[in-house]
Design a protein around this ligand. Structure first.
Ligand SMILES: O=C[C@H](O)COP(=O)(O)O
Length: 249
């Protein structure tokens, strides 16, 4: 059975005072072995978040890393630096990075490789635009992104795939359960075709306007192993019921 994962991406939100949400979250939930809980705060908070999360059962992840181990890349952060803060995961290829920073599949693949080299779990994001969905190209687009963004050394331990339809991010719009099932079943088949048993065991998260009131429905899909949550992960009072819904699924 795959271990579920509730991952919160704080994006460019949060100051040191926001770390009180970690303790509040730990208090609001009953941790279990079947469900991992991850918070990805902005980079300046990684070390303090890792310290604050000790003993809570919450893991800490970054939102991006560079594909090279080190070098003259002003403002960038390497996977080793992230691991050095105590973080264990890193999101790569989020659509906001793909769009604003022009990251393509090859660059995302390089970032995932860099993460693996530092024993970080890479959460590789893929997702279609609204125009691609309307044109009926969703499954092909996603298959291409998955193939191009996922390195050959991906395993169930070092890689998580997050499907985030771009039109659902921060919009309050969510695909139907049937649409989510269709995509996740398709991605599972692609992962199994490429990675065999590892592909069967790799976690597949859904992301895009997951909220306390829609989480239980989304988690009904067999191949949804958790969620990558943006806005609703900022407050423990919103994220805790999503985690509880995942545990109950
Ligand atoms: O990384 C998280 C996603 O982009 C989803 O964000 P959202 O839950 O605010 O729609």
């Amino acid at each position: 059975m795959r271990r579920k994962l509730a991952a919160g991406n704080w994006k460019m939100n949060g100051l040191a005072a926001s770390l009180k949400e970690l303790a509040a979250l730990a208090q609001a939930i009953t941790a279990d072995d079947q469900t991992g809980i991850l918070i990805c705060p902005p980079a300046p908070l990684l070390y303090r978040a890792s310290e604050a999360a000790k003993g809570t059962g919450i893991s800490i992840g970054a939102q991006d890393c560079h594909g090279d181990a080190d070098g003259a890349y002003t403002g960038d952060i390497s996977a080793a630096m992230i691991a050095d803060t105590g973080a264990t995961h890193v999101i790569v290829g989020h659509s906001e990075r793909r769009e604003a920073h022009h990251e393509d599949d090859a660059e995302v693949r390089g970032k995932a490789r860099a993460a693996h080299a530092c024993d970080l779990t890479a959460i590789i994001c893929i997702g279609e635009t609204e125009a691609e969905r309307e044109a009926g190209n969703t499954l092909d687009i996603l298959a291409g992104q998955l193939a191009g963004s996922c390195p050959d050394n991906a395993t169930a331990a070092n890689t998580v795939i997050a499907y985030e339809p771009i039109w659902a991010i921060g919009t309050g719009r969510v695909p139907t359960l049937e649409q989510i099932v269709e995509v996740h079943d398709h991605l599972r088949a692609k992962l199994i075709a490429r990675f065999g048993d590892e592909g069967h065991a790799m976690r597949l998260l859904y992301g895009g306007s997951v909220k306390p009131d829609n989480a239980a429905t989304i988690f009904k899909a067999d191949n949804v192993d958790g969620a990558l949550v943006g806005g609703a992960s900022l407050k423990a009072t919103d994220f805790a019921p999503i985690i509880t819904a995942l545990q109950a699924s």
